[in-house]
Design a protein around this ligand. Structure first.
Ligand code: SIN
Length: 317
């Protein structure tokens, strides 16, 4: 049997500002995200007509409201598309606010060899200065690139690895950065210029490990070290039945004595704890004091990691 050429890009829409609408073209903040369907977004990008495309609307939400059920549906949709021989890769339109979490989730659940590129926009589709169409076009060129593999985020011409990307600015169009300054590639006039290589992906934990539709997911919260952190919030959360806690410590994941004791007590009571840092970059080194490090993961990515561990998957080495 002749195998099909893998030249098809599947675009999955999930909402976000990229699909947002404002009443006035000069309104960059008072808009509603997730209003325009993915087919209409594609039609608004003339350069996309050179690609063979299919589109599917998986969700239509503001990504501040992203939830576990949508993550599951998205992972299943991506997985289904990637198994098709003719599919070269998947492009996902998403909101900027939680794109870094979704990217890390897909990276750990699917660890795909084919490219899965998430893109977004800081301006709604009705704005004077549009970034969404160029971002979609850049993302399509990235999916099509021979060296592209794994889960990446492509925004403002920059390509970031799923485990490193983070939103670093609340307003600017180039709002993203790689943790510790890492950028995988740049997309310029349809050309992908690789600057570094993504590390080999983890083993996929697989979608079968995820709770079934409607079933409960583990409850995990993030707490912060700060002046006068007394640990009472941790004790309250344990009382409420929290199953996992990520602490965003100061510096090398350091914690006030009271917060550290509350977390050690939580751990002794069966709550899984990961220690990350509220700093914008750098890892957390193990300190031998009993609360395990989240490595170089940001607090929100450490929360995804802990979520997957609680679902029974081994930690990423
Ligand atoms: C969202 O994250 O859905 C809204 C904000 C954005 O996309 O920039």
């Amino acid at each position: 049997m002749q195998s099909k050429v893998a030249d098809l890009i599947v675009i999955l829409g999930t909402g976000g500002t990229i699909a947002g609408k404002a009443a006035q073209a000069n309104d960059n903040v008072g808009y509603k995200a997730g209003e325009i369907g993915v087919e209409a977004l594609i039609a608004g990008v003339p350069g996309l007509s050179t690609f063979r495309l299919e589109a599917q609307q998986v969700a239509q939400l503001d990504s501040k409201d992203m939830d576990f059920q949508t993550w599951r549906r998205l992972a299943l949709a991506v997985e289904a598309q990637l198994t098709r021989d003719e599919v070269r890769g998947v492009l996902i339109t998403h909101g900027t606010d939680t794109i870094e979490e979704t990217a890390y989730f897909l990276h750990r659940v699917l660890a795909p060899r084919k490219p899965v590129v998430l893109t977004a926009a800081m301006r709604p589709a009705t704005a004077l200065q549009l970034d969404g169409p160029q971002n979609m076009l850049d993302a399509a060129h990235l999916v099509n690139d021979a060296a592209a593999a794994g889960v990446m985020v492509c925004v403002a011409g920059q390509v970031y690895a799923a485990d490193q990307v983070q939103k670093a600015h609340s307003y600017r169009v180039d709002a993203f950065r790689g943790r510790d300054g890492t950028v995988l590639a740049q997309v310029e006039e349809g050309q992908v210029r690789w600057l570094s290589q993504a590390l080999p992906g983890p083993l996929a934990i697989g979608t079968a490990a995820l709770p079934t539709e409607g079933a409960a997911w583990p409850r995990i919260e993030i707490v912060l070290n700060h002046a006068n952190a007394d640990g009472r919030l941790v004790r309250l959360l344990v009382h409420e039945g929290v199953e996992g806690l990520v602490v965003a410590g100061t510096g090398n994941g350091t914690l006030s004595a009271a917060l550290e004791q509350a977390l050690l007590d939580a751990q002794a009571a069966g709550v899984q704890v990961l220690r990350s840092t509220r700093c914008d970059g750098g890892p957390v080194a193990e300190n031998g004091r009993g609360l395990p490090s989240a490595g170089a993961l940001s607090p929100v990515k450490a929360r995804v990691e802990l979520l997957l561990r609680l679902l029974g998957t081994p930690p990423q080495s």
